[in-house]
Design a protein. Structure first.
Length: 150
């Protein structure tokens, strides 16, 4: 789906998180960033994925990674999801799909025989210089941290 690949410069982005704070790619300069895109907060697959990242969050920090999630959900929905599952990382409320489109993760999907446009569950690992070092297209929601940290 995405045309971004390993070795590409990550698109510079700016979006608001669940608290209304402006988050930019440049905020992560000098740090590694796990940027995960998911279809919808509070759905079973997305919750499995986010909770797996939460459960391994200290390992990510110890290895120098920051974690940031993004979907087209509202800030309120993102905040409710964070509260319910004690997610320790910020979530972008990208309702205008600016970051989603910049990373090329929006497009046609199929579910139970229906076709529609939506977010393709995709994770980008971005190095300290803003270069993509990994793109995970086939996310295992219950073992996603393992896929990233391999």
């Amino acid at each position: 789906m995405t045309s971004l690949k390993i070795g590409d410069k990550a698109p510079a982005f700016e979006a608001k998180d669940e608290k209304g704070n402006v988050v930019k790619l440049s905020d992560y300069a000098g740090k590694k960033l796990v940027l995960f895109f998911y279809p919808k907060a509070s759905t079973p697959g997305c919750t499995n994925e986010a909770c797996d990242l939460r459960d391994n969050y200290q390992t990510f920090l110890a290895k120098g990674y920051q974690v940031l999630g993004a979907s087209a959900d509202s800030a309120k929905r993102q905040q409710n999801w964070i509260n319910k599952h004690e997610l320790p990382f910020p979530l972008l409320a990208d309702e205008e799909k600016e970051v989603i489109n910049a990373f090329g993760v929006w497009g046609p999907k199929k579910f139970m025989g229906k076709e529609y446009d939506g977010i393709h569950r995709t994770t980008f690992v971005i190095d300290e210089k803003g270069v993509i070092e990994d793109v995970i297209l086939k996310v295992k929601t219950k073992a996603h941290a393992e896929q990233i940290l391999k």
